[in-house]
Write a protein that binds this ligand. Sequence first.
Ligand SMILES: C[S@@+](CC[C@H](N)C(=O)[O-])C[C@H]1O[C@@H](n2cnc3c(N)ncnc32)[C@H](O)[C@@H]1O
Length: 320
Amino acid sequence: MNTVAPPRTSGNREESTPLKALWPSVRHFGGSLLRTYPWLAAVVVSVSGIAVVASLATDMSLPYKFLAVVALASSSFVWGFSVRSSRRRRFPPLSHLHRRQYAATWDSLTASREEAYSAAAGHKDEAEFRQSGAATVQNLLELAPVRPHDQVLEVGCGVARIGRELAPCCATWTGADISANMLTHAARRLEGLPNVRLVQLHDVELSELESGSFDVVYFTNMLIHLDEMDRWQYAQEAFRVLRPSGRIFMDIIDVESDAGWGMFAHDSVRYKHLERPPYMPRFSNASELTVYLQRAGFVGIQAHHRSPLVIVTGVKPSGE
Ligand SMILES: C[S@@+](CC[C@H](N)C(=O)[O-])C[C@H]1O[C@@H](n2cnc3c(N)ncnc32)[C@H](O)[C@@H]1O
């Protein structure tokens, strides 16, 4: 759901002119008008077209003809622009929901299989989708590390993009998610795999899962969508459901990496005057995740920098 964009500054106040200062508001107003009334641009183009024909067919003055042509050209430009941007707008703004309404947010984004794939990793094609998880699977095998006898839990598993690839490498794979839609699509993708299970979560906790029942708990490509307090909540819950010596793995886009900063700066410009949709990323860094793991009781905490991600791993002490 994120695209890497080069860092851009959000504007030098000294260079700003009244017109420049007004432009974001004009763009915002125009954008909302076209979203609310998508037919408006087409109507304006048709009316200006009729005005051009009328001005040519009748004996109208030159300034009027000129004005009609300018109106036609500019309204056609706006129409084309709005059609293109509505095609590009893959995700709805969901402005009626706030960030912590996770189930409603993610169910709204994932009615169809294509939407679910897109919301999980930005790819609709099965081959590309599977390929997009390869680096994460590698990171889990290397850093968690996931071993053949392990019972593994993914929190926020989506359509099992990672689980489907990881299940053959461990004893059991459990995917937990708060979105019923995501789990329905996941169940279809996992058909035929003998060692997998899906669990629907109903809150930011793992109360559906027994204490001390997993060797590895991981969070990938999901904490970025959560409120900070909920990241902390899940760190504590992961500690509870892990066995002594169990390992935790969390990844997040690292605002301290150049690529992560690029995404942050891009969003800061894009949403300068707008409320961000509830699923948009909340970037982080190693320090934030490290403090949650320390406070939850994990030891051996390490941060692995794999730009744009930082992966933080830890171990539940063997005496717990
Ligand atoms: C971007 S998708 C990533 C899915 C999967 N981890 C992957 O990498 O393909 C984020 C997932 O987190 C889930 N999610 C969002 N908020 C959640 C929450 N509070 N608890 C559990 N899952 C949540 C969403 O339903 C969605 O499936």
